[in-house]
Write a protein of this length. Structure first.
Lengths: 162, 269
């Protein structure tokens, strides 16, 4: 499925497209899937609220950066192919944790264009779990889910509180 | 041998994915930087003017969070839960975890944020130690009475219980009774009862680490008492931002569960 913001078009990936048809390549496919999804699977509450099958990569315009407790949120307007604007509510982790990772209150402001990856809510799809975010035209990520969480999930242990 | 090329390709592809992930995270600093293993003896263990060992911190870790059994050093199934408690643990759902409703974590839980022992001196000496968590205590400080008072005979069950403490040489020993049965030992849902009695032995073994020997006695939920072991790490001194506890008001905007249409999260039981 294609969508666009202004004159920039982008692709919303369909997870089914990534499944190899040849049985011999299943291991490769599963390996890539595991590496790509481990960070999100580990996020506290993720499995309760968000859907790993609803991964999106979208571009939009920031409307609000909320340094709120218990978890920080970024609100982003995304214009679909039909011109309809959807305001995404993207959950991160504690603002203190974000601050310790080097993201400050002036690093992202309303009106800035960003590219983000995330996973939609189980019921409300535009309430997402943010996986990564960067400004359009920049290769520097402002935020990504922690690797330590991925390691915990990879071992199949209970997801700890964050 | 026919599969060899496929295996090579798969290994290379996985390696590329790992490399890509490394590239993607290189701009992100560690969330909770602690004193590295190689630096744990880089300085002497600090002491207060009266000679008391300084266990203030701030620390990172040193308790349970995801799975008390594993994190405390036991093998799967070694925690001697009574059948009803084991059954309850299996039934509990993440959405019902009290912590997600901004309620206190309880003892010995420590989530991945800084915490400290605030050692409080009055004209009578060290009379109280407050255990302060950046997150997870819901603003309700845990008090450890160091003035020699006994436990009350019939305490009202509370989230942190009634704690008395004393130093045995350089080890802080905390004895606690009077817990309620509402908090979970971990995200897994490990339960306890109001009969819970805990003994914590905290020992700063060097500049950067403090061990925590934790004994649980709960005849309501366990068939015998059990001792677990944890280690806390000192938050690295001199961090520009966030080297100490930062403000955290959990109830400010807790939207947990809304994305999944869940109502009444954190009901506890």
């Amino acid at each position: 499925m294609k969508a666009s913001v202004g004159n920039v078009s982008f692709q919303i990936p369909n997870p089914n497209d990534q499944i190899p048809k040849r049985v011999g390549v299943w291991g490769l496919g599963l390996g890539i899937f595991w590496f790509c999804t481990a960070p999100l699977l580990a996020h506290h509450g993720f499995d309760t609220e968000y859907d790993a099958k609803k991964k999106v990569k979208l571009e939009g315009v920031v409307t609000q950066v909320a340094w709120t407790n218990p978890h920080m949120r970024v609100y982003i307007d995304v214009t679909g192919p039909d011109g309809k604007v959807v305001n995404w509510n993207l959950e991160l982790t504690s603002p203190n944790r974000i601050r310790r990772q080097g993201w400050g209150p002036r690093d992202l402001m309303p009106g800035e264009k960003v590219i983000f990856e995330g996973y939609g809510g189980k019921v409300i799809e535009s309430r997402g779990s943010l996986l990564s975010i960067r400004k359009a035209g920049s290769e520097t990520y402002l935020f990504e889910q922690g690797k330590e969480d991925a390691e915990i999930a990879a071992e199949g242990r209970p997801v700890p509180a964050r | 041998m026919k599969r060899l090329p496929l295996i090579v390709i798969a290994t290379a592809a996985l390696g590329l994915v790992v490399y890509a992930q490394e590239e993607r995270v290189r701009h992100i600093a560690p969330a909770n930087p602690v004193v590295a293993d190689k630096d744990v003896n880089s300085q002497p263990i600090p002491r207060l003017p009266d000679g008391t060992i300084d266990i203030t911190g701030p620390w990172f870790g040193g308790g349970s969070n995801g799975d008390i059994e594993r994190e405390g050093g036991l093998k799967p199934g070694e925690l001697p839960l009574l059948p009803w408690a084991r059954e309850l643990r299996e039934k509990r759902l993440p959405k019902d975890e009290p912590y997600t409703a901004c309620l206190p974590m309880g003892v010995p839980r420590i989530n991945p944020y800084p915490w400290k022992f605030a050692m409080t001196y009055t004209s009578k000496g060290l009379t109280h130690i407050y255990q302060l968590h950046e997150t997870g205590d819901a603003g309700a400080h845990r008090v450890i009475y160091m003035d020699g008072r006994p436990h009350p005979v019939d305490p009202i069950p509370t989230w942190w219980g009634h704690s008395t403490g004393k130093f045995e040489k350089d080890t802080l020993v905390i004895d606690t009774i009077g817990y309620n049965d509402k908090f979970w030992f971990d995200s897994r849902g490990t339960p306890h009862t109001e009969k819970l009695h805990t003994v914590e032995r905290w020992t700063r073994i060097n500049f950067g680490r403090m061990t925590h020997q934790f004994t649980i006695d709960d005849p309501g939920a366990l068939s015998r008492s059990v001792t677990l072991n944890f280690t806390a790490s000192l938050i690295r001194p001199g961090i520009k931002d966030g080297g100490d506890l930062l403000e955290f008001i959990c109830l400010e905007d807790n939207q947990y569960g809304v994305a999944a249409g869940i109502q009444g999260v954190g009901s506890g039981r």
